[in-house]
Write a protein that binds this ligand. Structure first.
Ligand code: ZN
Ligand code: ZN
Length: 261
């Protein structure tokens, strides 16, 4: 379990969670399929999750997940959300972790406009009996005295299941990478991830990605930037619900840099 610290009103202030393999872990997976963007516009379809072609069993996946956009906002603004074609079965394998992500990480952003709207969705779902399990699980992640640590008055820790959170984040990055660069990245590529608590300043090593242009369709809900050396390495910065910043760094499969070879 990883955690960040937030106050009683879910306003985070301290610490950061960090997991994943260090960026200098050599990727050994040769899977990396070049798909020029021009191909994507035609009807040649590749599932960005498994790298195989899609013929008859066609599904659509929202990148980022549709449920990141609260129902209230979708109703009000009718956003035209970005989707990629996928095999429905490939997509379904992430459903439970995406639900978990929204219920576990989403509440931390509840002070922003989009986070508050999302909180409305989460509260509605909490009332339904079929969601009892996930609600109880997430409630247990709030802790006023994590590992006996005494926190400043009014603060409470919010733990989260790192592997599940990062699995969802990596899926989003893979989707965005396919959109921007046109290549499929494997699910098990070694990556380095870092999450900041709301209000926490990013460490200076991330300054470089903050100079890249923001590319989010609806930045109040989800925004992202990236920098990269083609065929070598990339660093992505993402902003969830205008509150939570996450970074993902990785070397692409087949990278020929000194570290990888
Ligand atoms: Zn697939
Ligand atoms: Zn490398």
């Amino acid at each position: 379990m990883e955690s960040f610290i937030i106050n009683r009103y879910l306003n985070a202030v301290l610490t950061r969670g960090c997991t994943g393999s260090p960026i200098n872990t050599a990727p050994s997976d040769p899977r990396c399929y070049a798909t020029p963007k021009s191909h994507m516009k035609k009807n040649i379809s590749i599932c960005y999750l498994c790298g195989k072609s899609i013929s008859d069993d066609i599904g659509k996946d929202h990148v980022p997940p549709k449920q990141f956009y609260a129902r209230e906002l979708r109703r009000k603004y009718g956003p035209n959300l970005f989707t990629l074609l996928v095999h429905p079965s490939c997509n379904k394998a992430y459903q439970k972790d995406e639900d978990y992500f929204v219920h576990s990480v989403g509440p931390v952003a509840m002070e922003s406009y989009s986070g508050k709207a999302l909180w409305g969705d989460i509260s509605d779902r909490c009332e339904r009996p079929q969601n009892k399990r996930i609600v109880q699980m997430v409630l247990k992640e709030f802790d006023e005295r994590p590992s006996g640590l005494i926190l400043p008055f009014g603060k409470v820790a919010k733990r989260f299941d790192g592997p599940r959170v990062w699995r969802v984040v990596w899926k989003i990055v893979r989707g965005l990478f396919f959109k921007e660069i046109g290549q499929v990245l494997p699910d098990d590529l070694p990556i380095r991830c870092e999450m900041l608590s709301p209000g926490e300043n990013p460490p200076p090593e991330y300054d470089i990605v903050r100079t890249a242009p923001p590319l989010g369709q609806y930045p109040a809900v989800f925004d992202y930037r990236y920098i990269g050396i083609p065929e070598k390495m990339y660093l992505w910065a993402m902003l969830f619900w205008d509150r939570i910043i996450m970074f993902v760094g990785f070397h692409v499969p087949g990278c020929t840099c000194k570290i990888c070879t």
